[in-house]
Design a protein around this ligand. Structure first.
Ligand code: SD4
Length: 350
């Protein structure tokens, strides 16, 4: 184990977006990891992780632990004030407060960490890893997660950027035409938005890790926790099989235990592409009637991303359209997700 001071120094370096070295027990080579002769390093993520997959891949081939590398990858977006889906600048809840969720798993040492509904800390992925590295627990939530982070050396800050605050005010003003908030003439319709990064990686020896970080659903009910911090839903990793995680409507994923299910399908012998498609079919099967259109297609959307121990990968989406980010020896790129339904099958509400 490294000391707490070393951990904080490492976190600060990572949070600054710089390359980090191995941190904590997670970085120790695992004597128990079966070495696959066929593993090829690969990092797969939601499309908003396109900058991160390159950083993570470069670190992995240089020998950095897979979890440290993918957390460095998602830190880039968590710390970007212009990205409104995670960390600093994430869209707030209905009261204008940014509340973040994250979780991670480290395959070689079979450990996990998570934080839910944490405020004021821009890099919840690193706090999730600190829960994993420094406690015998898996998840901390709310104000206690914030206090834990501060005790671990994280610096609290206001995460609500001016742009996100303005978007929140516009959303609030438009909620009710008869209230005392005036709509602005120049108002663009403020969309209901979601955003999250899930990132999964395997290295040349077949060691695997996964991480998911999010500001959750914009304008959510305060205290709402989505799928991202839930191990087995927002992400899951088994060092003997692969890793998977999700973006999209978290409630649908929690009902499906989607990250776990994708990995279980791969354990049964399916490739990542078939695994994510079968998990999406399960999402549809567990969708309640009020969320289904009359054509039998869901109103909601969800994506899964998966990597197998031998370096195969896939992204899958309920509806055609989204791509996913991948980086391997061919470089970083966006590839199209496999999907269940075409866009013209998406039902319209009302
Ligand atoms: C959540 N799954 O909190 C997240 C949101 C998300 O793209 O993924 N948005 O439900």
């Amino acid at each position: 184990m490294i000391t707490r001071r070393e951990f904080v120094a490492t976190s600060a370096t990572a949070a600054a977006g710089l390359a980090i070295g191995p941190s904590g027990a997670a970085a120790a080579p695992s004597p128990t990891s079966p070495v696959s002769r066929f593993a090829r390093p690969c990092v797969v993520a939601s499309s908003n992780g396109i900058r991160g997959v390159k950083v993570a891949y470069d670190q992995i081939v240089a020998g950095t632990d897979t979890l440290d590398a993918i957390i460095a990858g998602v830190n880039i977006t968590e710390l970007d004030p212009d990205d409104q889906s995670v960390g600093l600048g994430g869209l707030p809840n209905e009261e204008g407060v940014v509340q973040l969720d994250a979780s991670c798993m480290h395959g070689p040492t079979k450990r996990a960490g998570a934080v839910g509904c944490i405020e004021d800390i821009a890099t919840p992925s690193l706090v999730a890893k600190a829960v994993m590295d420094y406690t015998d627990h898996i998840m901390l939530v709310g104000d206690d997660a914030r206090r834990f982070a501060i005790s671990m050396g994280f610096t609290p800050q206001n995460l609500l950027t001016e742009k996100s605050r303005q978007d929140w005010l516009r959303w609030k003003a438009r909620l009710n035409p008869n209230d005392f908030w005036l709509d602005h003439d120049d108002d663009v319709q403020i969309r209901f938005t979601t955003g999250t990064i899930n990132m999964n990686a395997v290295n040349a020896t077949g060691d695997i890790s996964s991480v998911t970080t999010t500001s959750g659903m914009a304008w959510k009910v305060p205290g709402r926790v989505g799928d991202s911090p839930i191990v087995g839903a927002g992400q899951y990793c088994d060092n003997t099989v692969g890793a998977a995680g999700s973006t999209g409507r978290g409630e649908s994923n929690i009902m499906t235990c989607g990250g776990f299910l994708c990995v279980e399908f791969m354990r049964q012998g399916l490739g990542p592409e078939q695994a994510v498609l079968k998990a999406l079919e399960r999402v549809v099967a567990t969708t309640q009637a009020r969320l289904m259109g009359s054509n039998g297609r869901p109103f909601v959307d969800l994506q899964f991303y998966a990597v197998s121990k031998d370096g195969r990968y896939a992204g899958g989406s309920l509806y055609e359209g989204p791509g996913f980010a991948v980086c391997d020896e061919r470089g970083a790129r966006i590839e199209p997700c496999v999907y269940l339904y075409r866009q013209n099958e998406r039902p319209r509400r009302g």
